[in-house]
Structures are given as structure tokens and as C-alpha cells.
Design a protein around this ligand. Structure first.
Ligand code: CP
Length: 329
């Protein structure tokens, strides 16, 4: 199992099943604090540097919220242009500087490997909030926690489930990280539904296959969405070599209530890492699904706060002191 204390969380490759289950157990204990039924000051006096060099709503705000809910303070930098990186400062130097100010770092950056590079110069735990097309480990953990909780509603488990991953599986880092985490489970059936040119990278397919899971590759949604979990993704236009190339795929794979009725199971749980692209020519997950009880996208968001609280508590070594530092609500 990962030791957690003082560790960086850079990749899902660091996690085995025992580590994942330990994170989920700590996340469950965070629930009363996230719901504000209880308060804790376990991280009082601690400072999070929340460094987001690429656009984000959920990950940035939920990292900050998670740290605040544990009693800590948050300092933020958003956008490359508002940091000294724009003046040519290296990630290593930035990390050395931030280490002097903060007790933990959450970071997003457009380049693959950049968060790991930053961590080489950083003396406090660094949590990867997404490094380009590479990884998004906290998203994968919150997705997996959501899958576990949603399947529990139907008396099912992750072991033995059927998941359909849909859309941009080439550039979508969340589906890469989630697929790798699922390699720690047993007998998962994968249907990878993507247009030609955006299918899951072979390295991930190899890992999934080596874990003993069954994989079906499909290039259309029809006939391929009758899964326990249907995980839709946005076309990651910002990662394509050109807008012209991205436009070829825009609006190709849309799930609406009528598509759900026709091709999903009545119990299929719909997930999406968000943001969903709600512009009319994209619209991969239609607003007409908002009243569908099996649309789990906003439950994913809530689970994200729990996962990030758990990771801060674990990497800063306070997971067993949260209750001790409770204050009155
Ligand atoms: N899911 C996710 O990473 O969302 P943001 O880009 O808003 O952080």
C-alpha cells in the first residue's frame, strides 16, 4: 500500500487496490465535514498553494474547498500569464519558491509530465490536478468512488461490472486514468465506443487486457450502450493539432434521453467528468437527461470533495486526528 504521508499523488500508477480502498474509507469519514454537519480545524494554520495553469472549475474549486473544510487556508494562481512561468521561470524554481510558502500543492498544467517535474523541486506533497493529456488521478478516484456508490444502489460491485467508455478516448485523460484504476478489479467488461481516430491508446488497452478484462471496441453508440456504467466524455478540442481536426468529431456522439431509452439499460448510470459541452453543435450529454435519476454527474462532483479531503488528510498525516480537532458547527 502507498505510504501516503509526505507523498506526491501524481499518477494512478502509484495506487494498488489496498491504497484505493484506504482512500475510500478515509473519504467516507470526511462526509459529515463536507456536508457541514460537523466542523474540524485539523489543518488550521496550513496553507494550500492551488496552482492552475490551465482552465478549471471543478478541480480547482474542489481542491480549495476540501482544504478549507479541513480548516486550512488556500492561496491561488490561475493562468500561466499571471505567474512567473510566463517570464521563463522553470517549474523547478517555482516549486522551490512555493515550498517556502505552502504545506501542500494542487496543480494543473497543460504539459504531460509537468506536475511530476514540478514535484522534483517541491518539499511538500503535490497533488496532480491534470497534466495535459496524461493523467488526472483525483478525477479517476472520484469516478471510481462514484461507480462504487452508484452500483451499490443496484446491489452490484465494481468486480464483474460492464462499463461503456464513450467519445474522445484518445485525448480524454480521465478515461485513461480510470481504465488503469479498474485494472485492480476483477472481470470488468469494457466497451470502448469512439469514432475512428479517437479510440483508446493501445498502451491502455494492453493494460486492461493484461488485467484479464474483456474489451469490445466499437465505432458507434447504437447497440453498445447497454452497460451498468455509461461514461461519456467531451471531445477534448484543446488537445487536437488543429480546430479543423477537432471539428470533424464535434457533435458526433450525443446522448439524450431518447438515445438513453433506446440503447441503455433502465438502470444504466450515466457519468461524465464534466464540463459537458452544451453548445448546440456539440452537446454530448443533453440537458433533457437532467431529471434522469441515473444521471450521476453532480454526485461525481460531490464525491470529488471527499476524495480530495481524504488525500490532503492522508498526505499530511492527519487522517486520524480529524475528529480530535472538531469544533462546534
Ligand atoms: N473534471 C474536471 O477536471 O473539471 P474542470 O476542468 O472544471 O476542473
Amino acid at each position: 500500500m502507498l505510504r501516503f504521508l509526505g507523498e506526491n499523488i501524481l499518477s494512478v500508477n502509484q495506487l494498488d487496490r489496498e491504497s484505493i480502498e484506504h482512500i475510500f474509507a478515509v473519504a467516507k469519514r470526511m462526509e459529515p465535514y463536507a456536508k457541514k454537519q460537523k466542523r474540524t480545524k485539523v489543518l488550521e494554520g496550513a496553507i494550500l498553494a492551488n496552482l492552475f495553469f490551465e482552465p478549471s472549475t471543478r478541480t480547482r474549486v474542489s481542491f480549495g474547498t476540501a482544504f478549507n473544510l479541513l480548516g486550512g487556508l488556500v492561496r491561488e494562481t490561475t493562468g500561466m500569464q499571471s505567474s512567473a512561468l510566463a517570464k521563463g521561470e522553470s517549474l523547478y524554481d517555482t516549486a522551490r519558491v512555493i515550498s517556502a510558502y505552502a504545506d501542500a500543492v494542487a496543480m494543473r498544467h497543460p504539459d504531460a509530465g509537468s506536475v511530476a517535474e514540478f514535484a522534483t523541486g517541491c518539499s511538500v506533497p503535490v497533488l496532480n490536478g491534470g497534466d495535459g493529456p496524461n493523467e488526472h488521478p483525483t478525477q479517476a478516484l472520484l469516478d471510481l468512488l462514484t461507480i462504487d456508490r452508484e452500483l451499490n444502489r443496484f446491489g452490484q460491485k465494481i468486480d464483474g461490472m460492464h462499463i461503456a467508455l464513450v467519445g474522445d478516448l484518445k485525448y480524454g485523460r480521465t478515461v485513461h486514468s480510470l481504465s488503469k484504476l479498474l485494472c485492480h478489479y476483477k472481470d470488468v467488461r469494457f466497451t470502448m465506443v469512439a469514432p475512428d481516430g479517437l479510440q483508446m491508446p493501445q498502451t491502455i488497452l494492453d493494460s486492461v487486457s493484461d488485467a484479464g478484462h474483456r474489451i469490445v471496441l466499437a465505432d458507434k453508440m447504437e447497440g453498445n450502450l447497454a452497460a451498468d456504467i455509461v461514461y461519456q466524455t467531451r471531445i477534448q478540442e484543446e488537445r487536437f493539432p488543429s480546430q479543423e481536426e477537432a471539428n470533424k468529431y464535434r457533435g458526433g456522439f450525443r446522448i439524450s434521453q431518447s438515445i438513453y431509452n433506446a440503447h441503455c439499460k433502465p438502470s444504466s448510470v450515466l457519468m461524465h467528468p464534466l464540463p459537458r459541452d452544451s453548445r448546440s453543435d456539440a452537446n454530448e450529454l443533453d440537458n433533457d437527461l437532467n431529471a434522469n435519476d441515473n444521471l450521476a454527474i453532480f454526485r461525481q462532483v460531490q464525491n470529488g470533495v471527499l476524495i480530495r479531503m481524504a488525500l490532503f488528510a492522508l498526505t499530511l498525516g492527519v487522517e486520524n486526528q480529524v475528529e480530535k480537532y472538531e469544533t462546534t458547527v
